[in-house]
Design a protein around this ligand. Sequence first.
Ligand SMILES: NC(=O)c1ccc[n+]([C@@H]2O[C@H](COP(=O)([O-])OP(=O)(O)OC[C@H]3O[C@@H](n4cnc5c(N)ncnc54)[C@H](OP(=O)(O)O)[C@@H]3O)[C@@H](O)[C@H]2O)c1
Length: 247
Amino acid sequence: MPPRLAIFGATSGIAAEVARVHAEGGAALVLVGRDRPALDALASDLMVRGARAAHVVTGDLADIAGLNTIAGQAWEALEALDIALIAHGSLPEQTVVRDDPVALAEAITLNFVSAAALCATLAPRFEARRGGMLAVITSVAGDRGRQSNYVYGAAKGGLQRFLQGLRHRLYPAGVRVLDIRPGFVSTRMTAHLPSSGPLWATPRRVAKDIARALKGTGGVIYTPWFWRPIMLVVRLAPAAIFHRSRL
Ligand SMILES: NC(=O)c1ccc[n+]([C@@H]2O[C@H](COP(=O)([O-])OP(=O)(O)OC[C@H]3O[C@@H](n4cnc5c(N)ncnc54)[C@H](OP(=O)(O)O)[C@@H]3O)[C@@H](O)[C@H]2O)c1
């Protein structure tokens, strides 16, 4: 049976492609986000592609107090969920967030607190039905702090560690926790960057990797695959060498 899948941040370039891949397989979907017209348009597109259902739930995912209600609406729309994919985020301008405490707090709230808080409200629901999966898009940026993006990297790295602990907690209940770490993907988030070259991937390629991983058993995936060995080298590089780079 194709899964019942809720996607938080469904209008994201990567998430919309994951939704399309699942619609083509007959999945039932709940699309969660703040842009109602874009979500409605995506829902219509998914139904044409073969989705069993495509519901829309709207809300601001940076409003932490409202997340319990939003998660409950997403869960109830399909009576229960098999997979919750948490995909929303933003790539802040590092030179702004490193010096401005309010902008820094907003970036950490959206990229870490919001995703972790959604997990907190969804985890007991999955635990009670003794199955299902929480899948969260983090980033290779979380693997090591770098001068060019350590605020975003700290949020994603914190989220990676949170998911590690949540995976440990939910293991006895048979609930899977998947940490998805993309590299450079051509979406709205990266539209301002020069995006050609072998390290850049399309949302479609990354979405296919994610769809495959959702069916698998692993806890952490890098997408595309070559980021796993790259980040191993980045993590292991001695500080004496790493600090001379301007990565
Ligand atoms: N692109 C990359 O190179 C890359 C690499 C590694 C990891 N990632 C991660 O992958 C995930 C998806 O990224 P993407 O590149 O697909 O991003 P994107 O196309 O820029 O989409 C970002 C998404 O976040 C949503 N969002 C932002 N703030 C929100 C809020 N307050 N409430 C509700 N929704 C909000 C946006 O909604 P609106 O449509 O309403 O703006 C949009 O759906 C993110 O977690 C990102 O950090 C991306």
